[in-house]
Design a protein around this ligand. Sequence first.
Ligand SMILES: Cc1cc2nc3c(=O)[nH]c(=O)nc-3n(C[C@H](O)[C@H](O)[C@H](O)COP(=O)(O)O)c2cc1C
Length: 416
Amino acid sequence: MSLSGKKVIVGMTGGIACYKVPYLVRALIKAGAEVRVIMTDHATKFVTPMTLAATSRNPVYTDMWAERDEIATRHIELARWADLLVIAPATANVIGKVASGVSDDLLTTIVCATPAPVMVAAAMNPGMWHNPITQRNTRTLADLGYMFVGPAEGEMAEKQFGVGRMVEPEEIFGEIRRFFDASAARGSGLLAGKKILVTAGPCREAIDPVRFISNRSSGKMGYAIAEAARDAGGEVTLISGPTSLAQPTGVTFVAIESTAHLAEAVNLHFELTDCLVMAAAPSDFRPGEQSDKKIKRSTASLHLELTPTQDILKSLAGKRRAEQVVVGFALETDDDEANGRKKLEDKHLDMIVLNNPRTPGAAFEHDTNQIAILRPGQPTDNWPLLTKTEVAARLIAKIADMLAERSHSPRSKSRG
Ligand SMILES: Cc1cc2nc3c(=O)[nH]c(=O)nc-3n(C[C@H](O)[C@H](O)[C@H](O)COP(=O)(O)O)c2cc1C
């Protein structure tokens, strides 16, 4: 998609990664965007405003007061002008200031004033990134809907290794493009106006404060579905167990740990949802008793008694509205289809996505998956081995069809 006509403010703050920003600005201009650059005083110590003026083909704004005549009435105008504001690189300082509502220079004043979404490409030394205050400020902004890109792991300018490096300009550009694609899709996409709830990743059932039982789910399939639903214009909530994946932008994110947490979160969000996709891997069993102290090493055998966890999909039965679409995943290692069909029926599902970890390249941890679609009264639809992104896009197209059918058929009472 071209970014023609899109208005982007790039706000630069004082970090080494400033040298990469002209590449980002150049890519935006090449794609047709209109770009205005705002630099903090400290950013100008790293690259000159002249470089950014040349790449953005516009004057660069650096000071709220020095260019008073031009800017005094224009900082609010600029704030309103933007379709998107990208802070790159974003220092620990600017993240802290924005999270606290401080607006003591041109950039933070515009961030405070703008109704436009804000994307943050954090860049700092790993010590600064892991500082609990930076982490708290980042969470505050993420909870408020600020989109974070990175930071990445790698070697820093000061030869230290860790998380804190700004992601490459191409990656920030990709996120900007995805943001605009998703905004366009929201207006006209297959899932425009639909609320989609996706669960992903494993659950952990505590044995004691340091040990747990879990499974091998990576969350990749669920995250791909959440992203595909977002790209199709859906309003997406992703409930995720602990994974190593980056939190997708443009999606409401709810972190859970145990199957009980997952059940609670799903029950909380289900009522307002048009479609639920249960791609998470809940635990079927949890330790009957959880020790509140670490169980000590011993030479004697330790017997754990496992009790069944709540069946989340079954627990939703009484709450379902006829027009809601509920999709479950079934991971089977034997009698796949028969077990999947039984689950489809027992849990009154509209669709089961069946996968088998014994199929090469399928299920847990892979970037690919080979699935079969089971639907009540329909023959099994076997799909070839595809990337999880492709599987997700196809699933979303199917779900959009089902939602469209439901909205055309007369509404009936709860399915019970
Ligand atoms: C050489 C040098 C490199 C720096 N790099 C970073 C950085 O990458 N990230 C960061 O948060 N701060 C960095 N700082 C510190 C910030 O420049 C400093 O916190 C400043 O107050 C940020 O101001 P600003 O956010 O208004 O631009 C660096 C400082 C120096 C001297």
